[in-house]
Design a protein around this ligand. Structure first.
Ligand code: FPP
Length: 251
């Protein structure tokens, strides 16, 4: 992996780097279409770009990067595309884990991992185990992820505890629901980036995005690079996060 001049390139002057960042990696299909390539080539280029994003985020000082890799709805795509995505997913960790290790990037998964076929569950488990002591940044891969499913499963878990007498109805609070999300220790994303021009959340981190700032761009995911990321952080520095209260200037 080529080394950047980190001091200049990753200077945070005039930027705000979120501790926790979400990225919806959208536009692989359109990227491939523009080049008269099969959609699978777009996904492959998207996976390569994920590696770059990890490196750039790690160097900027992001601590938690959550990327939307495969949603609970993506199973409805043609079987050949689903198969290619699963193959790419397995290959990604086999091919790039040494680079992620070199960068100090821990890998975790969020989503309905228990519902995946055994071979994929194994890739997730092994990837998490292998990387658990890495310290620089956590790459959280949303895989078989749906925000509605996450909230539903958290509600089921609370309801079970109430039904079996371990909790009372009054114990159902925002905090106790939050604790039952897939990765309760991961801070809510302060910023969510969506490339490729779509202006929707697509079932991504529905509970966690309550106060996230959104940043969108027309760049298709495989082309989304260092300059786009830096611009997002530059714009984020200008946002006034009020959490339903008043601006610091007014308060
Ligand atoms: C959405 O773009 C993208 C996906 C459903 C897949 C995202 C996967 C990757 C970037 C690569 C694999 C990830 C890992 C973790 C190895 P789209 O295909 O819907 O684009 P379109 O809207 O232009 O058709």
């Amino acid at each position: 992996m080529a080394k950047d001049n980190k001091k200049d390139k990753f200077s945070t002057e005039g930027l705000k780097v979120p501790v926790s960042l979400g990225v919806i990696m959208d536009g692989n299909g359109r990227w491939a279409k523009k080049r008269l390539l099969p959609r699978s080539a777009g996904h492959r280029a998207g996976a390569e770009n994920l590696k770059e994003l990890c490196r750039n985020c790690g160097n900027y000082g992001v601590k938690y990067l959550t990327v939307y890799a495969f949603s609970t709805e993506n199973w409805s795509r043609p079987q050949a595309e689903v198969d290619q995505l699963m193959k790419l997913f397995v290959e990604f960790f086999a091919k790039y884990d040494p680079e992620l290790e070199e960068e100090g990037i821990r890998v975790r998964f969020t989503g309905d991992i228990d519902a995946l076929p055994e071979d994929l569950r194994k890739v997730c488990r092994e990837g998490e185990e292998r990387s658990k002591n890495r310290q620089k940044m956590q790459l959280i891969v949303a895989f078989n992820y749906g925000g509605r499913r996450e909230i539903t499963q958290a509600a089921q878990s609370l309801a079970k505890d109430v039904a079996e007498g371990r909790l009372s109805i009054e114990d159902i609070t925002e905090d106790s629901l939050s604790e039952r999300m897939y990765l309760p220790d991961v801070p809510d994303p302060e910023l969510i980036i969506r490339p490729s021009g779509e202006l929707r959340i697509s079932n991504f981190l529905l509970w966690e995005c309550a106060y996230s700032e959104f940043w969108v761009s027309d760049t298709l995911w495989p082309d989304f690079g260092y300059e786009d990321l830096t611009q997002a952080f530059r714009d984020y520095a200008k946002r006034d996060r009020r959490f339903g209260g008043l601006s610091k200037k007014e308060g």
